[in-house]
Design a protein around this ligand. Sequence first.
Ligand code: PGD
Length: 767
Amino acid sequence: MTSRGLPHSSHWGAFSVLRREDGIAVVPHPGDPDPSALLGNIPAAVSHPARIARPMVRRGWLERGPGPDRQRGRDELVPVSWSRALDLVAAELRRVYATHGPRAIFGGSYGWASAGRFHDAQSQIHRFLNLAGGYVRSVGSYSSGAATVILPYVIGPQAAVAGNNVSWAELVAEGALVVAFGGMALKNNDVGGGGTSAHIAREQLRAARDRGVEFHLIGPLRDDLPLEIGAVWHPIRPGTDVALMLGIAHTLVTEGRHDRAFLDRFCTGWEIFEGYLLGCRDAQPKDAAWAADICGLPASRITALARRVAGRRTLVTCSQSLQRAEHGEQPVWMGVVLAALLGQIGLPGGGFAYALGSTSNTGKPAVAVPVPTLPQGRNSIGDFIPVARLADMLLHPGEPFDFNGHQLTYPDTRLVYWAGGNPFHHHQDLNRLRRAFARPDTLIVHESVWTATARHADVVLPATITLEREDISAAAGDPLLVAMHRAVARYREARDDYDIFAGLAEQLGFAEQFTERRSARDWLRYLYDAARGLLLARGAAAPDFDEFWDRGELLLPTSPSEGGIVRAFRRDPEAAPLPTPSGKVEIASAMIASFDYPDCPEHPTWLPPREGIGSPAMVRFPLHLIANQPATRLHSQLDFGATSLASKINGREPVRIHPRDAAPRGISDGDIVRLYNDRGACLAGAVLSEALLPGVVQLSTGAWYDPEDPTAEQPLCVHGNPNVLTRDIGTSRLAQGCSGQLALVEIERYDGALPPIRAFDPPPDAL
Ligand code: PGD
């Protein structure tokens, strides 16, 4: 990597660490053409007061024992020794397994944690709980909950249209026009799960523009594509993409610009959908005028866009954010249908691409060998919940719910064990989550910093940060394997998740199975050797572990981007059918129809949101809140770091508001404002901006939840966490994904005395 520092890696870039007297400096990987500003957050992590110094236990839990308790998050925390903490956790696990069995333990423990593949907190906790006796797991992600479930019915697994499908290189070489629903925001391209060694989106977008590719940005935020690309901005109301897509489709069909031969040969269900599109059953053609009323673009502009996208090598992209909303399945499905109507699916640089421009590694050539992962063993039970149904599970034990054609039952959870995630960041309707977290007998959390999740725990165990450990970072979409060297000593009493679980496994009698008698370094060697074996078998060069470790990195071979199963299908649909029920692109799905879900019918459909355009709630809460991914940190990670802090206004998260919405409310640039709806309220710092559609405000996620009065039922978050405002509902009965992207709110100037920010202060007695 570089002779100058210790190689390391993060989800937002590979880097080296220089040790200095006053701390560390972080130097981006020299091969990265556009390193992320998020690297600037890292130095603060080493010894910030927000670090957790020692194990702590909630006083009420310690004194009264396990049980539901509304004091969680409000109670005092008491420092204990490591041996006491491990005794308490081991005894509680024993009790719950013996009395209630593995179905009473929720180990879904969602979260991004850090980039190393061995110390990956999810792999560690799942391996541990599998050996301990099993646990209720979670399926899907907050990133892509709806798309992951709908796509296999429509065109194939998500990887078929997000991975080896349309690459950046192909788009540059072959594309003519991109219609980007939800955009391709560069801030989202900062991050690639598991690590990213090269941020290429900016240069690829530039190259495409230079070759004459025309970009159309569909969405309420102008900067969801970089200005320099010169995209035509079509500012539509949030959550109305499906209506616009239908309006475009209607124009294509009624003007005979659609590819009828493609629909006949490669698709199924066209006639059913066409009837809906033309209004044969409901007497409402989904024409441009109809779409205009919903999405806010003039009808003439919709018809012009339809004519523009037809007859050229057009790529329809759909960002992840679109499907993180009520009925989030629909824009993904309708995006595929639009690409089918254009006859472009499977052609180089054209068709449909999911999430291209939504993460750093989408659109790069795939790595040719599987990347190392820690074996997780087998779970003794099959029970699961869709990941975003966490609060429902805790609040409604024993109640049925629908998911993907099945009716399942929420388990009766007694113990929740979390490592490597922050539900007080990622979950919606945080006041509801607080009520849910009062329900189990015990909440155990491994964290390195005092997030609100850690503050709500009964037992908090301090985890090391990635800079304090050795690891290997690797991602399926990025070719650089990084030997992550330990850069700093452990903070105070922090331990690696691996050591914590090994200590518990010792107490519970399965230490040998858990560790297989390997130290962390032995595991790295073991994982690397497995990958090396595969490399050597295919004739690729791969040094032994010691040499790899000394060099600091290894460039893995990649497979040529050849369009994957979608391209093969286009070449020969009979010989290479898609893995959908019919083997074709499903414009209507008999399988989905058979589930009989009113919120996910048999073909893509405009379903008015219960909270959004046209809903009664708009009378009291007239502004659309977009709670999107932040540009200054990954999710909530390192919110106390320099890059993140620099963006805050008087310590609060910035909220962007259009001058036309600010003026009647007496709001000026830099004012502190209060955002509120029936679910909660938070403060934020106003930034007046014309880069968003009037009627829309944007407050990114990730400011640490900071309740002014933690004992209140609905405390004001003084810091600006938008998830106090968002809705905790599934996208639909089909996918039950996270709907956190959009909510309705009102805003007022906050003229009261400014409450202090305490999110980064450790609790009393913690140091
Ligand atoms: P992070 O802030 O990354 O958020 O949710 P996620 O829970 O992944 O949390 C990771 C936590 O792990 C941090 O607190 C960090 O300190 C801790 N950690 C890091 N390394 C380690 C380690 O080695 N060991 C341990 N024990 N802990 C560690 C992200 C989720 O939020 C995602 S992926 C998405 S896409 C969603 N996006 C939205 C959205 O767009 N809008 C809303 N309203 N809500 C969202 N929530 C979702």
